[in-house]
Design a protein around this ligand. Structure first.
Ligand SMILES: *Cc1c(COP(=O)(O)O)cnc(C)c1O
Length: 393
């Protein structure tokens, strides 16, 4: 079946549940057995048996099987958050003394995990590279490099890495690869088919899509996922709850439709902004003006609704006035839900580095991030238009 059909029906069994068209929530912590031998047998296959819901739970399993099918992976494991999935995927491939290469605009908490937590607690070091060219990775690799961690498009500036080129380089040196594919979803980018070992997502964004779930997922080969289930997942314990999995099964049914609408809405808003006299650079790889548009066309089939633009305005009170004047675009972190959001990366960045160093990360004081939701695009543009008027008044 095509994946849009699979998102409706794959891994579901209405006949096994009296015809109920939506699966039940298996809200149980444990499973009981008929006998000593029956539970003994279950323990022979702990990554595949219903024993205890930190391990395998029927509702979570339906969502995992759907996501694996969607991404073209053999198996998926859901986690309590995107960071639960990301930290586990990274730990799966490294041990004390190993080295990792990643991109400098990687998601903030991932950057802290790699750049601060792992070196201090585990003696695992990371080199952060620009990532726009394959030479960046070649130069950073040492004999100790065991993992290249990608995020394409990256956070805040939405720059791309050539996934195919990186996986060929990594394979030639026996290095594993992980990618954060939250932005594109498997609908618009299929990293496992480009040779990536593990694909991770913050399910809290588009896969959940309704701003009512915090969750994460790792997708990959069955052998890798089985090992993660028995080690990083079981021991660190960042497990997905059955109710969240049930909401996710609901969300996945509309993923294809939602992504198409996020894409068309985002393009309408981004093109309107590009033509606005008070806007500088608009950072969305699907725009033909993007310096990486060729790479975008090579490895992606669409673009989602999160992007950034620079206001030409440089005075903080005016920039604040613009953000505060938006009303349909609500102020908030996170993204990928039905609702449109506005955020200025400078707000959180200023807590970590002085504004003079924002340019190191490609950010300005007036860089504005939009998560374009599922509203009518005319209404979204009208909201931004009145915010410009308010800023100028
Ligand atoms: C939000 C986000 C995460 C973290 O996911 P949580 O579900 O919040 O833990 C990871 N990567 C990217 C790109 C994100 O935007």
């Amino acid at each position: 079946m095509n994946y849009d059909t699979d998102l409706m029906h794959f891994a579901e069994d209405p006949a096994g549940q009296k015809g109920a068209v939506v699966p039940p929530i298996s809200q149980n912590s444990l499973f009981t057995f008929e006998s000593w031998d029956a539970i003994d047998e279950a323990f022979q296959k702990p990554a595949d048996s219903y024993i205890y819901s930190r391990g395998i739970n029927p509702t979570v399993e339906i969502a995992e099987r759907k996501i694996a099918q969607l991404a073209g992976g053999e198996r998926a494991r859901l986690f309590a958050s995107g960071m639960g999935a990301i930290s586990s995927a990274i730990l799966h491939y490294v041990k004390q003394g190993d080295h990792i290469v990643t991109v400098k605009n990687v998601y903030g908490p991932t950057s802290n995990f790699l750049g601060k937590y792992l070196p201090e607690k585990c003696g695992i070091t990371t080199t952060f590279v620009e990532g726009n060219s394959i030479e960046d990775f070649e130069q950073a690799i040492t004999e100790k490099t065991k993992l290249i961690y990608l995020e394409s498009p990256s956070s805040v500036v939405f720059s791309l890495q050539d996934i195919q080129a990186v996986t060929s380089l990594a394979k030639s040196k026996g290095i594993h690869t992980v990618i954060d594919n939250t932005w594109a979803t498997p609908i618009f980018q299929r990293p496992l088919e480009l040779g990536i070992d593990l694909e991770v997502h913050s399910v809290s964004k588009y896969l959940g899509g309704h701003s009512d779930i915090v969750s994460g997922v790792i997708i990959g080969k069955a052998e890798d996922i089985r090992s993660i289930i028995l080690t990083e997942h079981a021991l660190l314990g960042a497990k997905m709850a059955p109710y969240e999995a049930w909401l996710l099964i609901r969300s996945l049914r509309t993923l294809t439709l939602r992504m198409e609408k996020h894409q068309s809405n985002a393009m309408a808003v981004a093109e309107w902004l590009e033509a606005h006299p008070q806007v500088g650079l608009v950072m969305h790889p699907a725009l033909p003006s993007s310096s990486q548009h060729e790479l975008y066309k090579k490895q992606m089939t669409g673009g989602s609704g999160l992007f950034a633009f620079n206001l030409k305005e440089t005075e903080l009170p005016k920039i604040k006035a613009f953000v505060n004047a938006c009303s349909l675009f609500q102020i908030g972190v996170s993204w990928g839900g039905h609702e449109s959001l506005i955020y200025a990366p400078a707000i959180s960045l200023a807590k970590e580095i002085p504004p003079e160093r924002f340019c190191d990360l490609g950010i300005e004081l007036g860089t504005i991030r939009l998560s374009v939701g599922l509203e009518n695009p005319q209404d979204l543009i009208a909201d931004l238009s009145q915010a410009f008027a308010a800023m100028n008044s």
